[in-house]
Design a protein around this ligand. Sequence first.
Ligand SMILES: Nc1ncnc2c1ncn2[C@@H]1O[C@H](COP(=O)(O)OP(=O)(O)OP(=O)(O)O)[C@@H](O)[C@H]1O
Length: 344
Amino acid sequence: MGCSFSGLNALYDAVNGGGDVWINENRFRIVRQLGEGGFAYVFLVKEVLSDSAAASRGGIAKKFKDSSHISGDGTYAMKKVLIQNNEQLELVREEILVSSLFSHPNLLPLLDHAIISVKPTQGSWTHEAYLLFPVHLDGTLLDNAGAMKAKKEFFSTSDVLHIFQQLCAGLKHMHNLDPPYAHNDVKPGNVLITHRKGQPPLAIVMDFGSTRPSRKQIRSRSEALQLQEWASEHCSAPFRAPELWDCPSQADIDERTDIWSLGCTLFAIMYGVSPFEYALGESGGSLQLAIVNAQIKWPAGPNPPYPEALHKFVTWMLQPQPTVRPRIDDIIIHVDKLISKFSN
Ligand SMILES: Nc1ncnc2c1ncn2[C@@H]1O[C@H](COP(=O)(O)OP(=O)(O)OP(=O)(O)O)[C@@H](O)[C@H]1O
């Protein structure tokens, strides 16, 4: 892990007041804030290649010149994570380690990172992590769904299927590693979208903060409860698989937890919300019960509505019993078939 900062205060002022930030040997100018999460801020930054030494190295773009992710205009997304304790520090370290395992056009790569210690003058954090990613300015699927809902717009059937196909391609890369990994937090807020003229949108899965080796043998009540507790902190509730809510004392958990979340995400690409939040509606009720009973209702969609085959596809993934739930390779065969049937 590289942590080579000289001007710590300068770095700190820069992030808060707008200026330059160094991540290892590369320098970035903050353009604006793109978003924020629990303990993180995401900024649009532009690499500064002013002095000749930096220019001859060519910065980050040169290092990743073969990557389909690099736009070439020197802009990136920089995530600043505020770390308050050792547990959070370990989580960021794990995210960095896990991110380095993947290389796929539909998985957001971590381009560079640095973790620095901070003597708090105010607030109580002890470290800050700076993570550098390719930037996708059209936002997440969640941002897009919100904007489309306001305008009563929907993705076309062809775009729904092409976006979904790309998520599957990214997840296949993770599920087919040895050992297999589960993303554990597949949801519209973790998918970056880029609109392209004359082509379906590009879709990229991000946020590997909950990603872990997927296979777990649960052999006691306490192991089951431990898994449930972990899931309650790391897997977003509306997209969380039933076996992570109510885990049996004897269970073989595998990467099909992600297939459940994929089914919920396909529903959300069409209708802008997780199926179980939709099923509960405004009257509310128990999300856990709706999920373990796989209680699905279909909203009125676009006009013309989505083909029934897409609803059947969602239902196939939302199989409460994980042992009969399909695997990513089955899902990919099916989405390819649907694309050849419904795409123009
Ligand atoms: N690479 C990127 N390109 C463009 N925008 C981004 C990028 N990464 C993150 N963002 C924006 O910043 C927001 C917050 O990022 P992110 O979801 O990674 O933070 P987080 O702390 O993990 O959030 P959460 O607590 O919701 O998991 C995103 O919703 C998105 O709008």
